[in-house]
Design a protein around this ligand. Structure first.
Ligand SMILES: [Zn+2]
Length: 178
């Protein structure tokens, strides 16, 4: 049976649960229903003029020391594109407008946070830049960055399979665009 990420009822504060499914937990004291729903996140595939991609090494858990792509949880009032642009700016210092981000695909992921593996829905976008000369790492997020030919990205070193799959999808779209 699924484990509840909720310790206490957010309505009455009791801690007696009825597990209805892997995504619904009901307070047995007051009946308040708590749901797990996927958390939307934005992921940026940044490609330069030579079809090379910017890959980051993660500076924090989950996946500390493993590879990733710029991205993060979408905030209230943001679109996926706006969030991709913001995360790109925050993590690697590149200023791109939201309109630079083209939809690629959505992928499911799990993100361990505060003791629970939350489902996320990763909204993946491709953005083109001329080069990566203006990349400035945010040290709290990124310990190093690599510029890889799209076909040579070491997918086995990614923290999240969804990021590796995004690169695979990016290869296909990029090859089709020729
Ligand atoms: Zn309750």
């Amino acid at each position: 049976m699924a484990e509840s990420p909720f310790k206490y009822c957010s309505d009455c504060g009791k801690d007696v649960w009825i597990t209805r499914s892997d995504r619904e937990f009901v307070c047995d004291a007051c009946g308040f229903r708590h749901f797990i729903t996927p958390i939307p996140a934005a992921v940026a595939l940044l490609l330069d003029a030579q079809d090379r991609i910017l890959v980051i090494r993660r500076a924090h858990e989950p996946g500390f020391g493993l590879l990733g792509l710029p991205g993060g949880v979408i905030e209230p009032e943001e679109s996926g594109e706006t969030a991709a642009a913001r995360e790109t700016h925050e993590e690697v210092g590149l200023d791109l407008p939201a309109s630079a981000f083209t939809y690629l695909c959505t992928l499911n992921n799990r993100y361990l946070f505060q003791g629970y593996s939350w489902p996320t829905l990763d909204l993946c976008y491709i953005a083109r830049v001329q080069d990566f000369n203006k990349v400035v790492m945010q040290a709290s997020e990124v310990s190093e960055f690599m510029i890889c030919a799209l076909d040579e990205v070491p997918l086995q070193d990614f923290a999240f399979e969804s990021n590796a799959e995004a690169v695979r999808r990016g290869r296909i779209v990029n090859a089709e665009a020729g």
